[in-house]
Write a protein that binds this ligand. Structure first.
Ligand code: 48F
Length: 259
């Protein structure tokens, strides 16, 4: 195959996938553990789902384990989700397991893609679309490289019935929403309350109850949920991230089915 044919093959197949992803049922922002798990369960339920990730690589904070020791810790309920993706884990102590961070994130990524999720890396979500009925109805995208070069280039948009903020500690989508619309989130202050200091047990316990539709059409999951609702961070224990992702998928599915 000559070079131009290779270039055409890449451009045509990418554009086809991107065009197919411009109107979806659920758009997930962030390809960390919570976002990948949410996307996987949605696609498996037959919901058209796309993920936008600003980095070159997927995985978010899971890839580096704890302080770059690339192992993760999970509770039994989290381990059961990893089991579904075929990830091997080892019993450490009653109720707690360890797993390889790279095997875990690679398996979540492959699992999501094979369920039908389209993942676009290198794209940053820099704004949301809000329509008359005061719902989040889509995302505004820019190449991460454009933002890094600080060039002014106008973005493109995708429409989706539901957006999931899975952007981790940054809770970028919620931060953007508050900047653009004022403090209208379903939180104690209406704004992003902010992540509290490390407390693994409480952080994990709060996470699933913090996984909510925080604004019409916008669900928050993973560490973003704790940051937005004002709960502690928890370090390299990942069960809550996976369970929160699964819960976000259930919520998104029920919203999609209702509308
Ligand atoms: O940070 P991240 O892994 O979020 P998570 O799924 O998991 C949190 C844990 O990794 C860890 C933890 C465990 O106790 O606390 O931190 O909640 O993944 C978030 C992903 O979102 C991407 C970011 O690059 C990362 O891969 N991201 C953040 N902002 C944007 C974004 C944005 N504006 N547009 C696109 N992607």
């Amino acid at each position: 195959m000559d070079e131009v044919t290779i270039s055409r093959a890449i451009t045509e197949s990418f554009m086809k996938e991107f065009m197919d992803s411009m109107e979806v049922e659920v758009a997930v922002v962030g390809a960390g553990p919570s976002g990948l798990v949410a996307a996987h369960y949605l696609a498996r339920a037959g919901i058209r789902t796309v993920v936008f990730e600003r980095q070159l690589r997927v995985g978010g904070g899971m890839t580096g384990g704890g302080m770059m020791f690339n192992r993760i810790v999970l509770q039994k309920e989290g381990k059961e989700i990893l089991d579904e993706f075929g990830v091997r884990s080892t019993l450490y102590r009653r109720g707690y397991y360890t797993a390889d961070a790279l095997e875990s994130i690679a398996s979540l990524c492959v699992g999501a893609i094979r369920s039908g999720v389209k993942i676009f890396n290198l794209m940053t979500v820099e704004d949301v679309m809000i329509r008359g009925d005061r719902r989040v109805s889509g995302l505004v995208l820019q190449w991460t490289a454009v933002n890094m070069a600080r060039m002014h280039v106008d973005p493109l948009t995708v429409r989706s019935r539901v957006v999931i903020d899975a952007t981790g500690h940054d809770c970028d989508v919620c931060q953007i929403l508050v900047r653009k619309t004022g403090p209208k989130l379903k939180t104690a202050t209406g704004a992003v309350v902010g992540e509290k200091s490390m407390w693994a047990e409480k952080g994990e316990a709060d996470l699933v109850k913090n996984t909510i539709e925080v604004y019409p059409g916008l669900i928050v999951t993973g560490m973003a949920a704790n940051a937005v609702l004002g709960s502690p961070r928890m370090g390299a224990i990942f069960g809550g991230m996976l369970i929160s992702g699964k819960r976000a998928a259930e919520l998104a599915q029920s919203i999609v089915k209702k509308r």
